[in-house]
Design a protein around this ligand. Structure first.
Ligand code: 13P
Ligand code: SF4
Length: 320
């Protein structure tokens, strides 16, 4: 505890000295989220993180999240120093969508508008016409469908299928998945719902379709937090990373939150409702990144940046 308090004090001092700001995702450890809030940074979903970093006047952005979030920040503000507690924090969607294969897939379907989820590399973003996050994907695809466009979607198949069902758009899917959300189990969730008949079910759309079918609210991390505040229920079953409980509990202290069931515990479960890459963000690593950013600084290829900026800006302008 004493050690943690020391790290926090040191980070606060360094943030000021370096004119840096801490931007954290809802899936990071509660102590990191609290520190970001306390120091004038933000805790947010991936779209809001991008916006916040883009608009903030700090010289250095500390991105506590996963690699694609750091890369998005660098694409949007190349003049800033963008550092991460660890550059090894990646994402199964990013890993499962290598640019060479994705490019070949796009080339096979030149008549389709390429719509890519933000959880991807700068190279994949540069190949895309549009970037979306889970908070604006539905509206953007609806808009494209109204224009009569056929879509090539990547990489998350569950989010893609959900949006396809909602909009009726013509979507060809890359078959990626998030290892965390893929673990939620339908039968166990049905049983849990029966046990807590008065609970509302909140689901992130990276979850399988059968889980989404059981939801009372579906949306990005921020949208799920809003649903927890707005729905009248006193109990919630939440199908997303458990890091989100910090903010839900803070905003709704009188409500109860339960983790949606996953396959099992420990060794039998690759990622029981907690993203292993989000978990790599720690106080010590944040302090190190501020003291010596070497090896923790995010760089993107400047040629790719141009393309990624175009597709990312389209999203930011559309959802402004
Ligand atoms: P949000 O955009 O909802 O924050 O989701 C990002 C993410 O990685 C979810 O797994
Ligand atoms: Fe990627 Fe899933 Fe982790 Fe989100 S929770 S960063 S989608 S692996």
């Amino acid at each position: 505890v004493a050690e943690k308090a020391q790290y926090k004090e040191s980070i606060k001092k360094l943030l000021k000295e370096k004119n840096a700001v801490l931007i954290a995702h809802y899936y990071t450890d509660p102590e990191i989220q609290a520190l970001a809030e306390e120091t004038g940074g933000c805790v947010a979903d991936s779209l809001e993180m991008a916006r916040f970093g883009n608009q903030h006047e700090a010289d250095t952005l500390i991105i506590a999240g996963v690699k694609f979030m750091g890369e998005t920040a660098k694409v949007l503000t190349p003049e800033k120093t963008v550092v991460m507690p660890t550059l090894e924090a990646t994402c199964s969607l990013d890993l499962g969508c290598p640019i060479e294969q994705f490019d070949a897939f796009c080339n096979e379907h030149p008549d389709r508008t390429v719509v890519v989820y933000a959880n991807t590399s700068t190279a994949v973003k540069a190949r895309a016409d549009w970037i979306v996050t889970s908070s604006c994907a539905l509206e953007i695809v609806e808009h494209l469908e109204e224009q009569g466009e056929k879509i090539l979607w990547g990489p998350d198949r569950h989010l893609g299928n959900y949006i396809q069902k909602q909009t009726g758009a013509d979507m060809l899917m890359w078959q990626g998945a998030c290892i965390v959300h893929d673990e939620f189990k339908t039968k166990a969730l049905v049983d849990m719902k029966a046990l807590h008949a008065d609970a509302a079910v909140l689901v992130h759309p990276e979850s399988p379709a059968e889980i989404i079918d059981l939801a009372d609210a579906v949306g990005s991390t921020s949208q799920l937090i809003k649903a927890a505040q707005e729905l009248p229920n006193k109990k919630f079953i939440v199908a997303t990373d458990r890091g989100i409980f910090y903010k839900m509990q803070q905003l709704c202290p009188e409500k109860e939150f339960f983790e949606a069931p996953t396959a099992g515990e420990g060794a039998t479960c690759r990622s029981c409702a907690h993203c292993p890459w989000m978990a790599m963000n720690g106080l010590q690593a944040i302090e190190e990144a501020l003291v010596n950013p070497k090896g923790k600084e995010v760089f993107v290829d400047m040629n790719l940046r141009k393309g990624a900026l175009r597709s990312t800006n389209r999203m930011l302008e559309f959802s402004a």
